[in-house]
Design a protein around this ligand. Structure first.
Ligand code: AMP
Ligand code: MG
Length: 541
């Protein structure tokens, strides 16, 4: 007998749109670009597209929404997640927010190409906002078109899910749909505009509220609405804190500082560079949000940024992300001053951020090295020396930590001559990009550090196997290397989207050894060193 199963299709989604129900909306209903005052959002419909086609789907996100059906079996998912068809209960809107861009107050920004469809309540009572990115112009589109291209949508879809599987807080991606329409983009702002295929990602998060949602009201001295948004946010997104009294508001800001610090530690752990940490791209929930010109660190270089738009100042370089997050939190704190009775708790929370980041990032690096707490001074020295050693020759951070886990630290291993130490040779050849940089002196310094590390490990009684297991749980083997995403994009642009789902399958288990996928864990090939999309990205997406 065949088992009968109830399939849960899109019509089973239950919506409860608290954002539009409880917060003030824009009274103007025409979809024209403008300044929107005294409102948290504007209702707006997605623009219909010609031939939507589903290219990729995340079954884990579908699970969150209690969806259980084959989205590729009909065109329904493509119709709904391109915005062509609205489901009963949806109430589409774009949010109003402002932000500091590259350190300067930019005024009103808002969802220029994101349209929220509504909030789904799942069987566990969780709230999930569905949001289309690239579904057409809104009142916040300013001079742009409200659209997104395939390349940046593939990058957003894959990276959102890769980050989740790595254990990094992030907004999620349910679907990737191509629109069948062309979008014009000048990728490097150099006068070479071209038509590119358009696409739409359906993003999913408990909330897409950003620091900038609060900042816009503060900048307009609209304290009433600032207060309403703070209270709504606490009640809806931080319900564990209780009713929003002054004390609860203090706790709330402290929690935002804490989760932001934890997010920065995760980014540093996996080698993620966001690329555009403007305050409108900072989630109030401490999620990674807005995947634009982000990149994955290949050779360990704290000064690296993938964002060509930021090449001159390198404000958002890898090694500076924690400081920038603090600066952004301070801007949020400033915006909140009018609704806080005293500024002291705000300052205390900012101080707490620094303390938490400092101790948390030390702990994170100890875990990456498989070390338990010991003499903290000495361990800090060992770590800072490692960060120097990693820069002597171009060394792939991800591969280095996986190979370090393979090096034996049990007694006697250190007396093995370099040439006869297989694990050591493998570390050097697999992780280093330019063999000529491995001069005798550089090799000596790297090995010198590894010898110190081996001695340090010996102070704790841990077997090689246990240490490797421990390290491999925090040091991913598979990350979304920039060139891998680009290969998937190249194929998709030629009409074959299969590599997107293939990569996602591997990235579902980033910490596991996957012997037949070894090639996807290798260092970046030389052809990708200077190719657009692999090492250089711009904000044009
Ligand atoms: P971003 O740098 O991607 O975070 O975007 C900054 C602001 O520009 C946000 O308000 C976006 O909604 C808006 N924006 C970016 N690209 C577009 C676009 N193609 N059309 C309309 N608005 C856009
Ligand atoms: Mg943004």
């Amino acid at each position: 007998m065949t088992e009968t199963r109830t399939m849960h299709g899109l019509n089973s989604l239950v919506f409860d749109n608290s954002f539009t129900r409880l917060l003030p909306g824009d009274r103007e209903t025409v979809n024209s670009r403008r300044q929107v005052h005294q409102a948290c959002y504007s209702r707006v419909r997605p623009t219909a597209v010609a031939r939507p086609q589903l290219l990729a789907w995340s079954r884990e996100v579908a699970d969150l929404l209690d969806l259980d059906f084959d989205p590729f079996a009909s065109n329904e998912a493509a119709e709904v997640f391109s915005g062509n068809r609205q489901l009963p209960g949806m109430d589409p809107f774009a949010m109003c927010y402002g932000g500091h861009q590259f350190g300067n107050w930019a005024g009103q920004l808002g969802d220029g190409r994101a349209i929220n469809l509504g909030e789904v309540i799942n069987r566990r009572g969780q709230r999930w906002m569905l949001q289309l990115k690239g579904a057409g112009a809104t009142p916040y589109s300013r001079t742009a078109d409200g659209l997104a291209v395939l390349r940046s949508s593939v990058r957003e879809f894959l990276c959102s899910e890769a980050m989740f599987h790595l254990g990094v807080p992030t907004t999620r991606a349910l679907s990737l749909v191509s629109t069948g329409e062309k979008v014009i983009r000048d990728m490097f702002y150099d006068g070479n505009a071209q038509y590119e295929p358009g696409a739409i990602v359906c993003r999913v998060a408990p909330s897409f509220t950003r620091f900038g949602n609060f900042q816009i009201f503060a900048s307009r001295r609209d304290e009433d609405n600032l207060k309403r948004l703070v209270e709504y946010t606490i009640r809806t997104d931080f319900p564990h804190l209780g009713e929003p009294t002054q004390d609860v508001m203090n706790q709330w800001f402290a929690e935002v500082c804490r989760t932001t610090a934890d997010l920065m530690i995760h980014w540093m752990r996996v080698g993620f560079v966001h690329g555009v940490m403007n305050t409108d791209n900072m989630s109030i929930l401490g999620l990674t949000i807005d995947y634009g010109p982000y990149g994955w660190l290949e050779n360990f270089d704290p000064n690296w940024t993938p964002n060509t738009t930021d090449a001159s100042g390198r404000r958002y370089r890898f090694g500076q992300q924690a400081q920038v997050a603090l600066w952004n939190l301070a801007q949020l704190g400033n915006a909140l001053v009018p609704v806080f009775e005293s500024t002291e708790p705000l300052q205390e929370a900012l101080d707490l951020y620094s303390a938490r980041f400092n101790s948390g990032s030390h702990e994170m690096l100890m875990q990456k090295l498989g070390l338990s707490a010991g003499d903290e001074q000495l361990d800090r020295q060992l770590i800072s020396d490692l960060l120097e050693v990693l820069q002597l020759a171009e060394t792939d951070m991800t591969i280095f930590f996986r190979r370090l886990a393979d090096i034996s630290c049990e007694k006697e291993s250190q007396s093995v001559a370099i040439g006869h130490d297989d694990a050591l040779s493998r570390l050097l050849t697999d992780a280093c990009y330019v063999p000529e940089q491995l001069t005798e002196s550089v090799v000596q310094q790297i090995v010198g550090w590894i010898r110190r590390y081996q001695e340090r490990v010996q102070q704790q009684s841990i077997s090689d196997t246990d240490r490797r297991d421990r390290m491999n749980r925090v040091n991913p083997k598979y990350v979304l290397r920039n060139y891998l995403a680009q290969l998937a994009i190249d194929k998709a642009e030629q009409g074959d989207p299969s590599m997107i789902m293939e990569l996602l399958e591997v990235l579902r288990h980033p910490y596991d050894e996957q012997p037949d996928q070894e090639h996807l864990a290798a260092k970046r090939p030389e052809w990708a060193r200077h190719r657009a999309g692999c090492s250089m990205l711009s904000c044009s997406s």
